[in-house]
Design a protein around this ligand. Structure first.
Ligand code: BGC
Length: 755
């Protein structure tokens, strides 16, 4: 067994790793930094303090920004990545502004800088936090070489709605998975923490609840009750702040239960500062302070600035409301200067921690050297390979046998679309460095197989005529197999790109059907930013490999999976619904008083004129039933895995105990492969109703063909705590069930009790 894999991902591991974050955590108590901050603060004019709280988007050149920087009217600049320009801007700040305070340059480095990794939803599908941390480290190395010292990532928004375009940027629907992936990213971005010149400050965003937008429409209101907020939405933020030491946090656009996040004192001050002890910096989202006017929560810019800073915001991203109004608000006593001082302290602390006062410059000539290194590309390849999820494989169509194929038709809008496969939020990724599946297939397997390329559709939204479809069928018939690369262009997911219809767009379903009519094996690869509803297409494909936009090295990773060099091992980080109308749909729902059993009457079973009754009815839909198309955690392999029932080291545990769970995992197929063993728990009875299952740990293990391994996971009982009827975080005594399985909907359970 691969030793590198034998790590345990429970809270134990998180705590140990958090302990390793010494540099970041200890920085909290760096008395020297605090003295420096006070020294500087005491010299600052009111205007200079307000200037520090102002974040502006780059005007494009240092000259254009000269005056605003030299006059100390800006503390941070976003959207500038040219290292020469960044150096020139820093020079103005350090040499020409009165106090010489350096700028901090921020950027959305969301899944890689130049080397693009799979979108975060794909990274989550790897269930490999070690790899995700490595990817974030690489992103930081590439970006900091250009002078970008602050990324607006990780996004920790629990996303249970694939209509919401930003599900692409999330780690999916599960709280624990978001927590594990979020903390891995924070560790990767921040590297050695304070004083490390390659430390890129992480930003835990969007605080909070943004992913629960009503109807999946971006920016929409959310209605998350306090207990759900605590149990589901806050834990990833708490872990990133308290355990991993994220240096900054961003407020979100949404109003929850009527309170816009940027003006929410309870969350920004009581929870974040007082409960979690956060001493980092809070920034608004783009104009989210100003948007409190549109929300109907503030009269005007002045009122918005007052509400935002008083709630606990330190820096204003692009609403200008702080710069324009704080002086007056302080003079009128509506904002306490002490609050402004605290905001400035938080901003200066960040700059000190990053070492910007010591050296804000980069070696601009060498900046590109950090990018696209062999190591970076190898990590991007591995991430893309581990993130691909095999959803269907009838009669072992995959892997393809290169020795048996002469001609293969490659078709579909995503087969050779280097920009589209990068996915959303890739300002700095470059199509010219991206390897597409077509290029990789020809490069690696082209000496043995003729790949006939027929894109068929220019974009994922194009329409095909009957004649064009017939031509594809005819071409396919002349080949031994068909590879259809379908999905979404990058622009169809991400911020403000929401959809009500989650079927494949344009004529893609017709294209798959046309390929099917050839009678040749049809393998579909979908590259998309969200779970799509692929039910109508499944019958037309022999195999389906789902790749959340895989990034720079997506092509080679997919080609190697198709030809069996790598066995797929990704698992779904979000439930795949049968139809969009089932949404929101997530595995960790509550039982309800009338849970569905799977034996329900469906539309076609209803006899005409059937009498009205509600007896025996359960929670499901007449047309789609109650089950999803594919459950959370699902993903096939080229081999088969057999799980034993989990064994526990005791029948009952005390609240401070540790559960030692184990199962045997047999690779009963003929290929070496990796499997993600998932540990789920159900709390059978609570003072409030509890989810039917909750992911509590997972472990990626390599199992050689024919071998059996024993997988052991330790789970502290404290991990079973939740916010109960009295709004206390506690483990309630009683009966629990525990599964160790390959997805959220299979496996046998063991029972235990907590005393
Ligand atoms: C997004 C943030 C992003 C910011 C800066 C906003 O529109 O919501 O996630 O970090 O822009 O680009």
């Amino acid at each position: 067994m691969n030793l590198r894999r034998s790590f345990i991902l429970g809270t134990t591991a998180l705590l140990i790793l958090a302990g390793c974050q010494g540099t970041t955590r200890n920085a909290r108590y760096d008395a020297r930094t605090e003295r420096e901050i006070e020294r500087l603060l005491s010299q600052m004019t009111l205007a200079e303090k307000i200037g520090q709280t102002n974040q502006l988007s780059s005007y494009g050149t240092a000259e254009a920004m000269h005056d605003v920087i030299a006059e100390g009217k800006v503390g941070s600049i976003l959207n500038e990545v040219d290292p020469y320009t960044i150096n020139a801007m820093q020079r103005i700040a350090v040499e020409e502004s009165r106090l010489g305070i350096p700028l901090i340059i921020g950027r959305d480095v969301i899944h890689g800088f130049r080397t693009v990794f799979p979108i975060p939803l794909g990274l989550a599908a790897t269930f490999d936090p070690e790899l995700v941390e490595q990817g974030a480290r690489i992103a930081a190395l590439e970006a900091t070489a250009s002078g970008v010292r602050w990324t607006f990532s990780p996004m920790l928004d629990i996303s249970r709605d694939a209509r919401w375009g930003r599900i692409a940027e999330s780690s999916g629907e599960d709280t624990y998975l978001n927590k594990v992936m979020g903390t891995a990213m924070v560790r990767g971005y921040q590297g050695g923490g304070a004083g490390d010149p390659t430390c890129m400050a992480a930003c835990a965003k969007h605080f909070v609840g943004y992913g629960a937008a009503e109807g999946g429409r971006d920016y929409n209101s959310t209605n998350i009750p306090p207990r759900q907020m605590r149990n589901v939405y806050l834990p990833p933020f708490e872990a990133c702040i308290v355990d991993a030491g994220a240096m900054t946090l961003m407020t979100s656009f949404n109003d929850n239960d009527g309170i816009p996040a940027t003006g929410n004192t309870h969350l920004l001050t009581d929870v974040l500062r007082k409960e979690w002890g956060f001493d980092g910096m809070v920034v608004t989202d783009w104009n989210s302070a100003g948007e409190m006017i549109a929300h109907g929560f503030a009269d005007d810019g002045k009122d918005a600035a007052r509400k935002a800073i008083n709630a606990g915001v330190d820096m204003d991203m692009m609403s200008h409301t702080f710069g324009l109004n704080l002086e007056e608000l302080i003079a009128e006593g509506k904002v306490d200067e002490g609050r402004l001082d605290d905001a400035v302290r938080n901003i200066l602390r960040l700059k000190f921690r990053l070492g910007l006062f010591d050296d804000p410059y980069v070696d601009a000539d060498a900046a590109r050297d950090a990018c696209y290194t062999e190591e970076n590309l190898a990590a991007a390849y591995r991430s893309a390979a581990e993130s691909a999820v095999l959803l269907r494989n009838e009669n072992n169509t995959l892997p393809l046998d290169a020795s048996k194929l002469r001609r293969v038709l490659v078709t579909g809008p995503l087969a050779d679309a280097p920009y589209e496969q990068l996915g959303t939020w890739t300002f700095d990724g470059e199509a010219s460095h991206t390897v597409t599946p077509l290029a990789a297939l020809r490069e690696t397997y082209g000496d043995r197989i003729a790949f006939v390329f027929e894109p068929a559709m220019a974009t994922s939204r194009s329409r095909m005529s009957a004649a064009q479809l017939a031509a594809v069928t005819a071409k396919a018939a002349q080949c031994d197999a068909v590879l259809v690369f379908a999905g979404e262009e990058a622009i169809l997911s991400g911020e403000a790109h929401c959809l009500a219809d989650l079927n494949l767009q344009g004529s893609q379903s017709d294209l798959i059907a046309a390929a099917r009519r050839s009678g040749r094996p049809v393998v579909t690869v979908i590259m998309a930013g969200r779970p799509l509803t692929v039910k109508r297409d499944l019958g037309n494909m022999d195999a389906l490999l789902y790749s959340f936009h895989p990034g720079t090295m997506g092509g080679p990773a997919i080609a190697d999976i198709l030809f069996g060099k790598v066995s797929p091992s990704g698992k779904l980080p979000a439930t795949f619904p049968v139809a969009a109308g089932q949404i929101p749909m997530h595995y960790n729902r509550n039982m309800t008083g009338r849970p569905a059993s799977g034996t329900e009457v469906l539309l076609d079973d209803i006899v005409p004129g059937a009498g009205q009754t509600s007896l025996g009815c359960s929670s499901y839909m007449l047309d789609t039933g109650f089950a999803p198309l594919f459950p959370f955690g699902y993903g096939l392999s080229y081999t088969t895995f057999e799980y034993s029932r989990p064994e526990l080291d005791a029948e009952s545990y005390s609240a401070d105990g540790t559960i030692r769970a184990a199962c045997t995992l047999r690779n009963s197929g003929s290929r070496d492969a990796e499997e993600v063993v998932q540990l789920y728990v159900r709390d059978m009875v609570g003072s409030v109703t509890r989810p039917i299952k909750e992911l509590k740990a997972f472990r990626r293990v390599a199992v050689p063909a024919g071998e059996t391994v024993r997988v052991e996971i330790e789970l502290p009982v404290a991990e079973l705590a939740f916010w109960n009827i009295d709004m206390e975080r506690t483990v309630e005594p009683g009966e629990f069930r525990l599964w160790m399985a390959g997805d959220s909907d299979s496996g046998e359970y063991a029972t235990f009790h907590v005393k």
